[in-house]
Ligand binder design. Structure first.
Ligand code: TXA
Ligand code: MG
Length: 335
């Protein structure tokens, strides 16, 4: 449904009646429920098939609403909210008990975010409550970056999807813990450098961003332990220059003629195998915007064996790498 005033009202009404609504945000589409309503929040876990120990992000429409869901808002939290909201940053804060218990999955903290998409904020305001909203995909599949992706995953399971156009960022928000040294739990469009610039001191990266956790290890952000963003295909990241990569693909093609490449747009024509593009080699933001959609297309063309040349991991590139590593189940080779 296109987001006119009538649609916003319909979404708000459904949310007030403990129903779920697919909503657009600038990062990815969210599956929203009233965060204060345990019955509604329970439906999110059922619709997505999401493990109950993975907490949800709570979305608000004004900076002042932080204290409605967080029991303490430090000066630093307020400073970051003022600098980056509305926008793709989630702040992990001490929670308030008004939240439905499943939202925080037993943690003492809550992830809070004020999205930059106008339609998302209009829906939150009209509903009059904070909204718990994970990405609106089935658990384990790539996050949805347009309304059609939500429909493909959740058709028949939710009463309304609000179509706010393609998500501009394309990857989920940066999740930042403010306990002790500020630490990025999940990288996103707001980078380590962006945060350090505002905070004025070093920001750490959680170990689970780059490395696969060992058995029994507990990540600071529960979502990082699950296999994510994974298409049916087996994806392998290849760390090589373009010339060696082309040679490598030539030889792989001999072994399996069905090999497909996930490619930067500038390189697609020079590759010896069919290629699906996900942005420019020089522009991590364009890769971020297109990655999840490209992963979904791999399933549509029934790709089984996929290679991707390692993208630059600086700035937003770190978030792209983090999602690609998970899509590839950490398969990476060096030539
Ligand atoms: O951009 C986004 O953040 C999107 C849109 C819809 O806003 N939402 C999203 O939600 O990505 P979800 O549920 O797919 O991912 C939430 C991530 C998970 O990795 C979860 O473990 C982490 O945030 N998280 C949520 N609350 C947390 C908390 N209190 N402490 C640590 N990590 C938390
Ligand atoms: Mg998700």
């Amino acid at each position: 449904m296109q987001p006119d005033g009538c649609c916003i009202q319909k979404a708000a009404k459904l949310l007030q009646q403990s129903q779920l609504v697919g909503i657009p945000t600038e990062t990815v589409y969210g599956l929203a429920a009233n965060a204060l309503d345990a019955q509604a929040v329970e439906k999110i876990f059922i619709a997505k098939g999401r493990p109950s120990d993975n907490p949800l992000i709570v979305h608000i429409a004004e900076v002042e609403e932080m204290s409605r869901v967080a029991s303490e808002v430090s000066d630093l939290a307020l400073q970051l909210a003022r600098a980056f909201w509305p926008g793709p940053l989630t702040l992990v804060l001490p929670k308030r008990d008004v939240l439905a218990p499943q939202v925080t999955a037993g943690l003492s903290t809550v992830g809070v975010r004020l999205p930059a998409h106008d339609v998302a904020r209009q829906i939150i305001r009209a509903a009059g409550v904070p909204l718990a909203a994970p990405s609106a995909n089935l658990s384990g599949s790539p996050s949805p970056t347009c309304a059609q992706h939500v429909y493909d995953d959740l058709c028949g399971k939710i009463p309304l999807i609000v179509d706010g156009g393609p998500s501009l960022v394309g990857l989920e928000s940066t999740v930042l813990s403010l306990e002790g040294v500020p630490t990025i739990l999940r990288p996103g469009f707001i980078t380590q450098e962006d945060l350090e610039h505002v905070i004025g001191s070093p920001v750490a990266l959680a170990p689970s961003i780059e490395a696969q956790l060992g058995q029994g290890e507990v990540p600071a952000s529960p979502g990082m332990k699950y296999r994510h963003y994974a298409p049916q295909a087996e994806i392998t990241i290849v760390n090589a220059d373009l010339a060696r990569y082309i040679q490598f693909l030539e030889s792989e093609k001999q072994k399996d003629p069905g090999v497909v490449a996930l490619s930067f747009q500038e390189e697609a024509d020079s590759l010896p195998v069919p290629a699906l593009c996900f942005g420019s080699v020089h522009d991590p933001a364009s890769q971020a915007q297109k990655l999840f959609s490209a992963l979904r297309q791999l399933d549509q063309i029934n790709a089984r064996h996929v290679y991707v040349r390692k993208p630059c991991d600086q700035g937003v590139g770190l978030a792209v790498r983090n999602r690609l590593l998970r899509a590839a189940a950490f398969r990476e080779i060096e030539l």
